[in-house]
Design a protein around this ligand. Structure first.
Ligand code: ATP
Ligand code: SF4
Ligand code: MG
Length: 373
């Protein structure tokens, strides 16, 4: 279906003749940039006054995270890398939002910024009805147990000198989840839910396989009864045969514990299986966002089409219409002007090189940023 749509668009929108020499004169890049920044500032201000979405567990508005990459001797920031730029979305309780995009597009930074493991440089993070954007670490203490993260690498994310029992009991103690005398039973019950045998309680992380370690990491994240779990490539480091077990475990736990997931992955087949909503990121920006069914049946953005055209079809006899993206991903430290995707987009027009496309809602809950739309 996605391939058919892609072909339709290829026919509908042939690349225009390059009249760039004349058209370039029509664009004053500095003026366009100033206009874009002013409009963005106004929109951010307007949106910051809107009431919080009462149905959302997580609402992210115009989130921005930059890293200084060059400083003067006096410490003044001379150059920054904007890893997350103007990202907005909402996530309801019990939903899974899959985040896809090539390496370096800002998926992990976005997840960590939402958890406030990185301070943000703009926008709002509204979690469970509270604007936590400027919360200090003492205020985050209570919130932190409601938001947990599972990392890609189960090997480095467990302390090697603690037993499984110790690793899982620690957060339960710190956050006073159950009375002291009930901790062991609570942990054993949690281990059972996560497919870990009770005798693992006394064992150390190095005694386990990657899949078992990831189960321990999942159990640790869930030990504090979180509402939101950010899963950052939770199966990428695992054998293919184990990946399905872990994905199924996450799905079952979501149902039994009413969890909400932000699920980051390169693997579109996994994202397609687990997600209710999908966000597509490119060079720090969300270029498309919507319900899974809308994104797969009607992808709007050329980048989404390119990503989806690479998903292998289950039937090997069906010819794939692969849209191969040429050119390297530009550096986020020096992103292209206008649409950031224009250096690789087969439909790019002159306007794309100069004016940043607006991120707009094209059908209910389906957003994208492209001049073609
Ligand atoms: N602490 C940091 N200091 C400077 N730059 C950083 C820092 N952390 C991340 N970056 C940069 O921010 C950009 C986004 O990185 P991020 O790790 O969020 O990407 P990603 O989408 O998770 O990639 P991957 O799929 O490879 O995990 C990259 O260009 C990265 O080099
Ligand atoms: S706005 Fe960007 S994605 Fe859309 S056609 Fe232009 S370059 Fe391609
Ligand atoms: Mg990452």
């Amino acid at each position: 279906m996605a391939e058919e749509k892609f072909n339709d668009l290829a026919q509908d929108a042939p690349i225009e003749e390059d009249t760039s020499a004349q058209q370039a004169l029509q664009y004053d890049d500095a003026a366009e940039e100033a206009k874009y920044l002013e409009a963005k500032k106004q929109k951010i201000e307007e949106d910051s006054k809107k009431p919080f979405d009462p149905e959302a567990l997580l609402e992210v508005r115009h989130l921005r995270k930059s890293f200084p990459i060059k400083k003067s001797i006096t410490g003044k920031v001379l150059q920054e890398l904007v890893a997350v730029d103007d990202v907005s979305f909402t996530l309801k309780p019990g939903e899974t939002l899959g985040i896809v995009g090539e390496s370096g597009c800002g998926k992990t930074t976005m997840g960590r910024t939402i958890l406030k493991l990185h301070p943000s440089n703009g926008g709002q993070i509204i979690f469970d009805g509270q604007d936590i954007t400027n919360y200090k670490s003492s205020q985050m203490r209570e919130i932190r147990k409601k938001m947990q993260i599972i990392f890609q690498d189960p090997y480095s994310s467990l302390p090697p000198r603690s037993t499984v029992g110790g690793i899982l009991s620690e957060p339960v103690k710190v956050h006073k989840i159950v009375p002291k005398n009930e901790i062991k039973d609570y942990v054993l019950e949690l281990m059972d839910k996560c497919g870990l045998r009770d005798y693992y309680y006394e064992r150390y992380p190095h005694e386990f396989s990657g899949g078992q370690r990831q189960r321990i990491c999942i159990a640790r994240a869930l030990s504090v009864n979180p509402k939101l779990v950010i899963c950052d490539e939770p199966v990428s480091a695992l054998d293919v045969s184990i990946q399905a077990q872990i994905i199924n475990l996450l799905k079952n736990l979501q149902e039994s514990m009413g969890l909400t997931y932000l699920f980051i992955s390169h693997d579109l087949s996994v994202v397609k299986f687990i997600s209710d909503k999908i966000g597509v990121m490119y060079l720090g920006s969300m270029v498309e966002f919507g319900a899974k069914k809308d994104i797969f049946s009607n992808p709007l953005h050329p980048y989404t089409k390119a990503l989806f055209s690479a998903i292998p079809h289950p039937n090997p006899d069906i010819k794939m219409n692969r849209m191969v993206l040429t050119g390297d991903i530009p550096s986020p430290a020096n992103p292209p002007k206008g649409c950031r995707f224009h250096t690789r987009c087969p439909y790019a027009k002159e306007i794309c090189k100069h004016i940043t496309p607006e991120y707009k809602e094209y059908e209910a809950g389906h957003f994208a940023a492209c001049h073609l739309l």
